[in-house]
Design a binder for this molecule. Structure first.
Ligand SMILES: [Zn+2]
Ligand SMILES: [Zn+2]
Length: 286
């Protein structure tokens, strides 16, 4: 009995809810390519790309997962809501899974290493039940905040995303929902997923980290700075991923601006970034 259970655990068990939903949402975006979008459609697309995109990069990733800067409790919760609007799961689940990724990068326990296959690292892992396990213990610090805890419960992670669809409907009608809701969601999804897949298979490796992370400039642009992934793995807590002026990191530019405006403080710089500014070199690891 125990052996049979173990064998079952090894086989692929599909998460049919995710398989069907992700297929449907990709199919639902197709009509967007059969008409010319209005200025309002494009504006909604860009606005929600930036809001939910920075919600993931600055909110879920650099703030909640790595605590790369300090901000007010109100702002902390706002970032959690914006990240949830990207429809990438609740904050506690996302952060637990991401911390597991840093713990076991490109090894057996990594939830989304492309070593298994590019498809697995990009999207396949989310379609398999065995890879969707919750790593709550790794994100227990987040559950102490009642708003963040609530955002993670039941169907609540879907609600901020649904709210963005309602806003798009109110402002741009159904074409607004298509561009600012559906197409934007897929656009941000694949940007994030490319960090897991492309940036763990290709790219420059200025730091000799223990996994396969690489710096990929076009993922850096698309994923609002997250494509400088080798820099990030070398010093995960640093909220600034760019080390050179030509490493475009829009999330860092927004953090710098917010720091100047005294909206955030104690922004963790990478040692490499500081060294670059004074013309030194830095080895990997922290
Ligand atoms: Zn990684
Ligand atoms: Zn990280």
């Amino acid at each position: 009995m125990a052996t049979a259970a173990a064998e079952l655990d090894q086989s692929v068990r599909w998460n049919w809810v995710n398989v069907i939903f992700m297929t449907l949402i990709h199919l639902a975006a197709i009509p967007a390519f059969f008409f010319v979008p209005s200025i309002t459609d494009l504006a909604l697309f860009v606005a929600f790309y930036l809001l939910s995109g920075f919600g993931i990069t600055i909110g879920f990733h650099r703030l909640l997962a790595h605590r790369g800067f300090d901000c007010s409790r109100f702002q902390y919760r706002l970032w959690a809501i914006l990240g949830t609007a990207a429809l990438q799961g609740g904050p506690v689940w996302w952060v637990g899974l991401h911390r597991k990724h840093h713990q076991a990068s490109d090894r057996e326990q990594d939830p989304h290493s492309p070593r298994e296959s590019f498809f697995h690292g990009h999207i396949g892992w989310m379609l398999k039940k065995s890879r969707l396990s919750r790593h709550m213990r790794l994100a227990s610090d987040l559950s102490k905040d009642p708003v963040v805890y609530w955002l993670d419960k039941g169907i609540n992670p879907v609600l901020p995303w649904l709210a963005t669809l309602v806003i798009c409907l109110a402002i741009g009608g159904w074409t607004g929902v298509l561009w600012g809701g559906i197409l934007r969601t897929i656009w941000v999804w694949h940007a994030t997923w490319c960090v897991n897949s492309v940036c763990h298979r290709w790219g420059q490796r200025p730091f000799d980290t223990r996994e396969n992370s690489g710096n990929v400039w076009w993922v850096g642009l698309w994923a609002l700075g997250e494509g400088w992934h080798n820099n990030h793995h070398a010093q995960p807590k640093a909220a600034i991923h760019t080390h050179h002026w030509w490493e475009i990191d829009p999330s860092a530019y927004l953090l710098w601006t917010m720091e100047k405006l005294h909206l955030i403080k104690n922004v963790v710089r990478s040692r490499a970034h500081i060294a670059t500014a004074v013309g030194e070199t830095v080895e990997a690891g922290e």
